[in-house]
Design a protein around this ligand. Structure first.
Ligand code: PMP
Length: 394
């Protein structure tokens, strides 16, 4: 076999630990709370059918032609109109899934060995997106209200080692489900402004709030200091690969150049179809149906946890939106070792360790409540409790 020489950076690249786990767990008969997929029940198929037809009839070949890197003007405008602060459409970059925004951000901010700050734990896909740039991801301690501002300030670094940015998920974080409080948001924005550190705000789940009011996004508090990422994956359909990045003018041009090199532009047909679907306030009717479904599912999971985990030393988050909750197992228990016991009993989850940028906690795991129907949620959580009880004592 030919031994080709690959770039040194490939040594650090690896398959998502979650995808590897899903290969084992997404088997028939397993109640899988491991995946990160939205519920397919929420995809508005007839709205897409009508929009595809309209776009092809109305726009003809233009809908299938190359288009601009920044994105379809009508969609950039629709995104700006949808956001809860004053956004200039010229600052909107339509991207091929918000995952691409992470890649572009990595490319324009990170050199080899650059420091970046993330929550502990954080979205694994962001760590993966930044890895090819060979940065040093430093975990900032986080509690139920999000990133701890004192630890953020302590880990920013100085001189050449000063962090290039901090990546945060203020709403219904993946993986923990927790939400940053009003006070913490403002404190973080103020501190980041003082230290001149850009914040990357990733908000794919923000519209899926079940109760209470959303605190303002970080970007709304300091538009010049925050890059804001949103996505159509959780409110329409992930297969579209459509997301958006709102960037200050100072970096917008560099992001466009990075995107041009990566893929020229986001699929023009998909952009036109989504602009058509969004017309006349469709999302304002559609999103509440997703919220209702997910809220019922969350309630089912919380009720099952309350019932099945009674007497076990297990704690979990109570998310007010989104798709995930986070379970803290008894001290000393390793979720990776618990997984086969759970699979034997018919359920699967994602162990928490891969979500940490270093120094992982092992006694935690992520559960998704959106794809499994309520009756199976109860059964799956009972199987998890049985696995915890069967875990060998030291
Ligand atoms: N950020 C977070 C926190 C996510 O959970 C996901 C999807 N799982 C993404 C970004 C990427 O989403 P997409 O590329 O589908 O917009």
């Amino acid at each position: 076999m030919t031994q080709w020489t690959l770039a040194g950076r490939t040594a650090k690249m690896n398959s998502s630990a979650i995808r590897e786990i899903l290969k084992l767990t997404d088997r028939p008969g397993i109640i899988s709370m491991a995946g990160g997929l939205p519920s397919a029940k929420t995809f508005p198929i007839s709205a897409f059918e009508a929009a595809c037809h309209t776009v092809l009839q109305r726009d003809g070949s233009a809908a299938l032609q190359y288009s601009t890197t920044e994105g379809l003007p009508a969609l950039r405008q629709a995104v700006a109109d949808f956001l809860p602060w004053d956004v200039d459409p010229e600052q909107v970059l339509i991207v091929s899934g918000s995952q691409q925004a992470l890649d572009l951000i990595g490319k324009i901010f990170l050199d080899k060995d650059s420091r970046l700050l993330v929550e502990r734990p954080t979205y694994l896909g962001a760590l993966q997106a930044f890895t090819p740039m060979e940065p040093v991801a430093v975990g900032v301690d986080s509690d139920d209200e999000g990133m701890l501002v004192e630890d953020f300030a302590a880990k920013v670094g100085t001189g050449a080692d000063k962090a290039r940015f901090a990546y945060v998920l203020p709403n219904f974080q993946n993986p923990t489900g927790r939400t940053m409080s009003e006070q913490r948001r403002q404190a973080l924005v103020d501190k980041a402004r003082e230290l001149n550190i850009p914040l990357i705000e990733d908000n794919p789940y923000g519209d899926l709030r079940f109760e209470g009011e959303s605190p303002l996004p970080l970007a709304a508090r300091n538009p010049e200091g925050v890059l804001y990422m949103g996505s159509f994956s959780k409110v329409l359909a992930p297969g579209l690969r459509l997301g958006f990045l709102i960037a200050p003018k100072s970096v917008y041009g560099k992001l466009v150049q990075a995107k041009q090199a990566a893929d020229l532009h986001t699929p023009s047909f998909n952009q036109r179809v989504v602009a058509e679907v969004m017309k006349d306030g469709f999302l304002h009717q559609h999103i509440p149906t997703i919220r209702t479904l997910y809220k019922d599912q969350r309630d089912a999971m919380l009720a099952a946890l309350d019932k099945e985990m009674a007497g076990l030393e297990v704690r979990w988050t109570r998310p007010v939106g989104g798709m995930f909750l986070w379970v803290q197992l008894p001290e000393g228990m390793d979720a990776q070792k618990l997984l086969p016991l759970a699979v034997e009993r018919g359920m699967a989850f994602v162990p928490g360790a891969p979500f940490f940028p270093g120094n992982p906690q092992h006694n935690c795991l992520r559960l998704s409540y959106v794809t499994v129907p309520p009756a199976q949620i109860a059964q799956g959580i009972a199987a998890l409790a049985a696995a915890i009880q069967a875990y060998p004592q030291e």
